[in-house]
Design a protein around this ligand. Sequence first.
Ligand code: GLN
Length: 190
Amino acid sequence: MKIGVFALQGAFAEHEHSLDRLGIQWKEIRRLADFTDDLDGIILPGGESTTQGKLLREEGLLVPVKEAILGGLPVFGTCAGMILLAKKLSNDENVYFDAMDVVVRRNAYGRQLGSFGATLDFKGIGSIPAVFIRGPFVESAGKGVDVLAKADGNIVAVRQKHMLATAFHPELTDDLRIHTYFSEIIRGKL
Ligand code: GLN
């Protein structure tokens, strides 16, 4: 298995570290030539979604990656990655991959609660540690979307077929179960 980790901006090295610990091969994607067809899945890291969207457009990656995702390429978006995957943002005009049937609110927790840690109950996994950094949450999810975790009543992890998104950062904890979960989606076991 080989996973493409988008490395335009943000917390990509931490995902690579998590994949290393699982013994999963990865490759950084910075430009169109890196987006080869030997990838079994891709990870969209946290960071700044507006900057990432701009860089994706400049590198000519936005449309081909969107087409690959809509064509079934497994994808895992964390934080800004969740924003890029959404079909709609409630407090931002932009739409990027337009792929997951969710309405996402950016910087959803206000200034005071911008960054915090929590323990969440993740469907099928159980109790997991979660780190939020000026993260989004899902305001509403369409019928085909499975809600996997909530924090204080807000939806913070979702899955729609081959697409997985979390508002928090599993790559910033030692817990590898969410990355394992994504690898099982890729293997078709989940
Ligand atoms: N606040 C960022 C945004 O709206 C996301 C934060 C993150 O990815 N940690 O793009």
